[in-house]
Ligand binder design. Structure first.
Ligand SMILES: Cc1ncc(COP(=O)(O)O)c(C=O)c1O
Length: 390
């Protein structure tokens, strides 16, 4: 009998697909998945069209188009004063998702441990399972999503190969502070561990919070692989252009895996990425202002409808406690998400998807709402939330 491999047998379908299907079925306003329902800047879109009409339609070099890698290096210098050699220290991947998978495959060995913070973005642990690596979890705790430094310390051991840091963080909207990153950096150096970061929300920051790449801390550039992508910063999540920057050995390890996963990623979209990354500061400022207005609108609306919400510091999402909103028979976040789609006509994500099986209760009373939507979509969702039975 044909059957699937053991290594993927427990993965199931991602919650995002499940919610999308249910949302479509019930014609719900979808604040589930973190994909904008609006287009990115016209300049970037035009650059992609131009590239397609300029015979840029064959395989790109495996590590990426040199001009795009130059633009990624310039971006790191411009925003974080970090210097990378575009030829040997940057790789272009199919989104941050592939960069993370290629990094785990290329930089860890079966039996190693990799530390992650929980709630954890849903692809990291399956990546580890496929690589034969074990996750070690450190909890981020409500209400402010901080971690216990002693718990962090005790997660490190001689088996630890890497720690994954997602800042700004999905789903909590946490921005790791310099103090927190310093604690992590000291342990990385003490235990000779590499940091692999996921910084895809680096430009979507609220209330004056600022993003610090751990690679910018003393002693960390030489042991950090920084991952980011175009999708969130330029509202083109479907392009799947991502990248990794780091010391030559780490990029080489990633590339050993990357060359046999995708080999190279979409040439014309890489060309457009170079144009996008080089856009003026006004673009980046307007992006922040646009998102700040969306987050503020949804924060107020969710509170007015009875949700208990603490303000996210960054990113696409708001986490909201639904206990004052739902009828008493609703027992957990998965039931709430289904109820909200069917009765309220609004889709959200149950955040227990970001927790291991034994810890799912930590997200039991929460819902994750995406704010990366047109104003009229957010408005339509709010109108429906106001009509929820009380
Ligand atoms: C934390 C995080 N990392 C990675 C991704 C995916 O990035 P990409 O589309 O570049 O693969 C997302 C998308 O939601 C995300 O939230």
């Amino acid at each position: 009998m044909p059957h699937m491999a053991q290594r993927v047998a427990d993965f199931g379908t991602t919650i995002f697909s499940e919610i999308n299907i249910l949302a479509r079925e019930h014609k719900a306003v979808n604040l589930g998945q973190g994909a904008p329902d609006f287009d990115g800047p016209a300049e970037a879109l035009q650059a992609a069209v131009d590239a397609i009409h300029s015979q840029m339609n064959q395989y790109a070099p495996g590590l990426g188009n040199p001009k795009t890698k130059e633009a990624i290096a310039q971006h790191a210098l411009r925003f974080y004063n970090l210097t990378y050699d575009p030829v040997t220290q940057i790789a272009i991947t199919s989104g941050a998702t592939e960069a993370m998978f290629a990094a785990i495959l290329g930089l860890t060995d079966p039996g190693d441990e990799v530390i992650v913070f929980e709630p954890v973005y849903d692809s990291y642990v399956p990546d580890m399972v496929m690589a034969g690596v074990s996750p070690r979890y450190v909890s981020l705790r409500t209400p402010d999503w901080t971690f216990d430094p002693d718990e962090l310390r005790s997660a490190f051991s001689s088996k630890t190969r890497a720690i994954i840091i997602n800042t700004p963080h999905n789903p909590t909207g946490k921005v790791y502070s310099r103090e927190e990153l310093t604690q992590i950096a000291e342990l990385c150096q003490q235990y000779d561990v590499i940091a692999i970061t996921d910084e895809v929300y680096e430009h979507i920051l609220y209330d004056g919070f600022y993003h610090t790449p751990i690679a910018s801390l003393p002693g960390m550039a030489e042991r950090t692989l920084t991952i980011s992508s175009l999708g969130k910063t330029f509202s083109v999540t479907g392009w799947k252009i991502g990248w990794a920057l780091g010391p030559r050995e780490l990029v080489a390890g990633l590339n050993r895996a990357h060359q046999f996963i995708t080999f190279a990623v979409a040439s014309p979209l890489q060309a457009a990425a170079a144009s996008a990354l080089g856009m003026s500061s006004t673009y980046y400022e307007e992006l922040q202002a646009m998102f700040q207005a969306k987050r503020d609108f949804m924060l107020t609306a969710l509170r007015d409808t009875g949700f208990e919400v603490s303000a996210p510091q960054a990113g696409y999402f708001i986490m909201a406690d639904w206990r004052e909103v739902a009828p008493p028979e609703i027992e957990n976040d998965a039931q709430f998400a289904q109820w909200l789609i069917k009765v309220g006509g609004v889709a959200c994500i149950p955040p227990s998807a970001f927790y291991r099986e034994s810890h799912k209760d930590m997200a039991k009373h929460l819902a994750r709402f995406a704010v990366c939507k047109k104003d009229e979509t957010l408005q339509a969702a709010v109108e429906r939330l106001k009509l929820l039975p009380r």
